[in-house]
Design a protein around this ligand. Structure first.
Ligand SMILES: NC(=O)c1ccc[n+]([C@@H]2O[C@H](COP(=O)([O-])OP(=O)(O)OC[C@H]3O[C@@H](n4cnc5c(N)ncnc54)[C@H](OP(=O)(O)O)[C@@H]3O)[C@@H](O)[C@H]2O)c1
Length: 228
């Protein structure tokens, strides 16, 4: 049965992807910061899908060796990872010049550095096995969250290049660009008072260009089940 490594599995999107994968008969390795939330989710999954294997790894992605901790835990399990879902992330609004550097650099670490390190660690195994799927949770550009949107643009760009490089090797790479979804995201990033106001032709052109690029690149690439 296909195994998915899902980061940020305890949050809104990660949880939905986890249930979807399990519903299609897959096994899951759940990754997040808080053990209690992971344990609760694991228990729920075992109840609804007793035939599936569920493991969890507690790692705070702000730790310097976070990706290596995840990789070591998966190696100890001995499971090949078929799907890598780079979903963990957080946002935070405010002017770039006044936001704390520590907070923004932690955001870069969680949203961009660790997903990149996980790709570096897990892709060689997928390439050796000749199959695998990657899903990176990105987002469209926007104002007032400069660092957050930049980390998401980085993932989108990385995903586009990896899709091209890895397709001949049997690996599918998908970039997830959802609209705003009500999850724990706004609370975690202190964005609950944010209204979405989209002005100007430039933004719409940028949005349309991104959609076009994703659609064109997505043509013919298949996420077979569960994760898209
Ligand atoms: N919600 C939206 O509108 C939206 C739109 C576009 C893209 N996205 C992207 O989708 C992804 C999931 O977002 P969501 O809406 O599901 O957010 P969420 O409900 O806040 O969930 C975030 C998840 O990431 C984990 N996480 C946060 N900081 C972490 C850290 N330092 N180390 C390890 N794990 C950490 C959380 O784990 P703990 O529970 O243990 O803290 C949680 O499982 C994010 O990358 C986000 O940028 C969201």
């Amino acid at each position: 049965m296909a195994a998915a490594l899902i980061t940020g599995a305890t949050g809104g999107l990660g949880r939905a992807l986890t249930f979807e994968h399990v519903r299609h008969g897959g096994n899951v390795i759940l990754v997040a910061r808080h053990d209690a939330k992971l344990q609760a989710l694991s228990a729920e999954l075992r109840r609804v899908a007793p035939g599936q294997q569920v493991e969890s790894v507690v790692v705070d992605f702000t730790a310097a060796n976070a990706a290596q901790q995840v990789f070591a835990a998966v190696q100890a399990l001995g499971w090949p990872v078929d799907y890598l879902i780079n979903n963990a992330g957080f946002g935070g609004g405010g002017a770039f010049v006044t936001r704390s550097a520590a907070r923004d650099l932690a955001m870069v670490q969680v949203n961009a550095t660790v997903p990149t390190a996980l790709l570096k660690l897990f892709l060689p195994g997928m390439v050796a096995r000749g199959h695998g799927l990657v899903l990176n949770a990105a987002w469209f550009p926007g104002p007032e969250q400069a660092t957050y949107f930049a980390t998401k643009a980085y993932l989108a760009s990385l995903g586009n290049a990896l899709w091209y490089e890895l397709k001949p090797l049997g690996i599918g790479v998908t970039t997830l660009l959802p609209g705003p979804i009500e999850t724990g995201f706004a609370q975690a990033g202190q964005l609950t008072r944010t209204r979405q106001v989209i002005v100007g032709m430039a933004w719409w052109m940028c949005w349309a260009a991104q959609c076009y690029s994703v659609l064109i690149q997505g043509k013919g690439r298949g996420v077979k089940h569960g994760v898209a």
